[in-house]
Ligand binder design. Structure first.
Ligand code: ZN
Length: 149
């Protein structure tokens, strides 16, 4: 399902970067979320969002690329004042594993977060995408590599 554009709940935090489209493979698995971006077929440069030209080599032969769901929380802050959103909410820069950095709403407790923390894309109750501390992916990775829990 490509970017279903859910109805916004009044007072809900805004979708960070409205130009970033997200997809999920299942409406029942809210943790299965990806962001759509672009990849240059000439130089492999990966860019968040839909682009018309590569920001590295300026060629226009781009393909759609899925980013996520895993990433690392680069930095974060708590927003206490907003003219349009219910505060407080947490905003962070996330380095997705494919090499792009995006601004994202962080779904979590501020005191439980730290820089360089593994996070994953997820849908939040408002119907928007956000990131939250990694749980499901860590378990999948541990099982994939044969690590006992
Ligand atoms: Zn390029």
């Amino acid at each position: 399902m490509a970017n279903p554009t859910p109805a916004r709940t009044p007072g809900a935090p805004p979708t960070p970067y409205n130009d970033l489209e997200w997809v999920t493979n299942s409406v029942t698995d809210v943790d299965d979320v990806y962001l759509l971006g672009s990849r240059c077929t000439a130089c492999d440069n990966r860019m968040p969002g839909r682009r018309y030209a590569c920001s590295n080599c300026m060629r226009t032969d781009l393909s759609t690329h899925r980013f996520g769901p895993a990433g690392i929380l680069y930095s974060y802050t708590k927003v206490h004042v907003s003219p349009s959103s219910q505060e407080p909410y947490i905003l962070g820069y996330v380095d997705l594993d494919e090499g792009v950095r995006v601004l994202a709403i962080v779904d979590g407790e501020f005191d439980d977060l730290h820089c360089d923390q593994p996070v994953e894309l997820a849908l939040v109750p408002s119907g928007d995408w956000a990131v939250r501390p990694r749980t499901r992916l860590a378990a999948m990775s541990a099982n994939h590599h044969g690590v006992e829990k």
